[in-house]
Design a protein around this ligand. Sequence first.
Ligand code: DOR
Ligand code: ZN
Length: 346
Amino acid sequence: MKHSITVTRPDDWHLHLRDGAMLQAVLPETARTFGRAIIMPNLVPPVVTASQAQAYRDRILAALPKEMSFTPLMTLYLTEETDPNDVAQAYETGLIKAVKLYPAGATTNSASGVRNFENVRPVLEKMAEIGLPLCIHGEVTTHEVDIFDREAVFIETVLDPLRQSLPELRVVMEHITTKDGVDYAHTGGDTLAATITTHHLIINRNHILVGGIKPHYYCLPVAKRETHRLALRKAATSGDPRFFLGTDSAPHLDGDKLSACGCAGCFTATNTMPLLAHVFEEENALANLEAFTSKNGPAFYRLPENTDTITLRKSDTQTNFPEKIETENGPVTVFDPGFPVFWTAD
Ligand code: DOR
Ligand code: ZN
């Protein structure tokens, strides 16, 4: 059994930092361990234009503790009004690294997302031409479709037709939660990749619902049945360059989670790397952890890997992660894997 492993400093290819007091509280949790992160634009109002992305980037850097170094990789929120030239310019100046597509109504603050995909066609064509990745929240929002089927139906009815009609478009299937997602990612060439969260490697839908409802395990896409979790584990730990870490760490105040209509999101920024070391060790795949967290993402995004390292250590005593992170407006609960973890990251 290995007791420590040193890896290239990881990046998080899907992160929610929010704004204001929440940003201030959660940013150090990521910056302590990760070199860079793809920053989700679903603020209220959303980050739609290049100038909004620039201002948000400045707010993130202003909130960063002086002793930490961290690079936010900005994204724009795709709407039916998005101007292809604004997007292209934001990419060419280096400001943004991706555009995020939320089907309208799919998740937190997605009301300004896309209803009719024909209306964003000019933006997507421009992105295909310049090689700018599209990060997709892959769920249909049709009321008739069962929430557990929404990812698979999206792949079949939206994603595959889109990729067939625009094969040069570079696509990241964000936070895949199904074997269908894993299988579809395998069919793509170098224009297709998929991120996988920490929590979807750990929980299935039973964890949310058996023995009482667990609001802190509720996220979107919702965790599926065990066969899907196992498929995700196999993909994440395989070393396959198509799969890399996007935590989707999504902080909400406890009051907003523990509610009659609780928000979706698991907050994993604090303990992701120790949890992943635990998972990869269980899968006998510690040797592939670095590919998943530190190498496959930069390769897809055509960025250099980080030049420094972190070390994960396993001890005989259980690691005590904080249960909550305090913000000015109340606490945020840190994801509890439900089993003891013996790994730390430094
Ligand atoms: O669980 C989630 N929370 N999934 C998402 O897609 C959005 C995120 C959030 O912003 O809270
Ligand atoms: Zn997200």
